[in-house]
Design a protein. Structure first.
Length: 197
């Protein structure tokens, strides 16, 4: 549970969740699911929907990026990354069971972002919504979450850094991810309580 609070505090600190916290169903280009749990007797179902109905320009690729905290037998993974890309046509919905979609990691978090269907480059496409449902069989507990969403800030930041640093977009994304982890860690170490000024 401490991992979830740490992650949520950091995302809020970076300002990525401001619009999602207001409504929770606002479409965006980036969806952050705060956890997945593939341990025995648990099931996590992720759903991503393309709300764009334009039959000519509404098709988009989405990349699922799993960041693993624990692997098999509670092995620490040190934020190991696993990726999968899917194509969503207009008004299309994709639901995945994380243990089948990413069988190598037991716990962590997932983010999904929009990519150009032809080039595979991250792009602003504020038409993605999602949901996460977790069922914990042993505890007979289930719960559902809407992801944190970003409308344009994350994609604009990646593009700006990509142009300024003249680095490949994947390198920029990796560096931002590592920097985000460090910022979250610093915020918690300095007693930040998750509230925005």
């Amino acid at each position: 549970m401490r991992f979830n609070k740490f992650l949520l505090a950091g995302v809020t600190a970076l300002g990525l969740a401001s619009t999602a916290m207001a409504g929770g169903r606002n479409p965006g280009s980036l969806l952050l699911f705060p956890e997945f749990d593939n341990r025995q007797a648990n099931l996590t179902l992720l759903t991503v929907t393309n709300t764009n109905g334009d039959t000519l320009n509404g098709t988009i690729k989405v990349e699922f990026v799993y960041i693993g905290k624990y692997g098999a037998n509670n092995q620490t993974l040190d934020c190991l990354e696993f990726n999968r890309t899917h194509t969503l046509t207009p008004n299309d919905t994709l639901s995945v069971i994380t243990s089948a979609h990413n069988p190598g990691q037991e716990q962590g978090y997932v983010y999904v972002f929009a990519k150009d269907k032809d080039t595979g480059v991250a792009k602003v496409f504020n038409h993605l919504i999602g949901n996460e449902m977790t069922i914990m069989g042993i505890e007979a507990l289930d719960y559902s979450l809407n992801p944190f969403q970003d409308t344009e800030a994350w994609t604009q930041l990646m593009r700006s850094l990509h142009q300024a640093l003249r680095l490949p977009l994947n390198t920029v994304r990796t560096k931002l991810h590592r920097g985000k982890q460090r910022l979250m860690q610093l915020a918690v170490e300095r007693g930040w309580n998750g509230e925005l000024a």
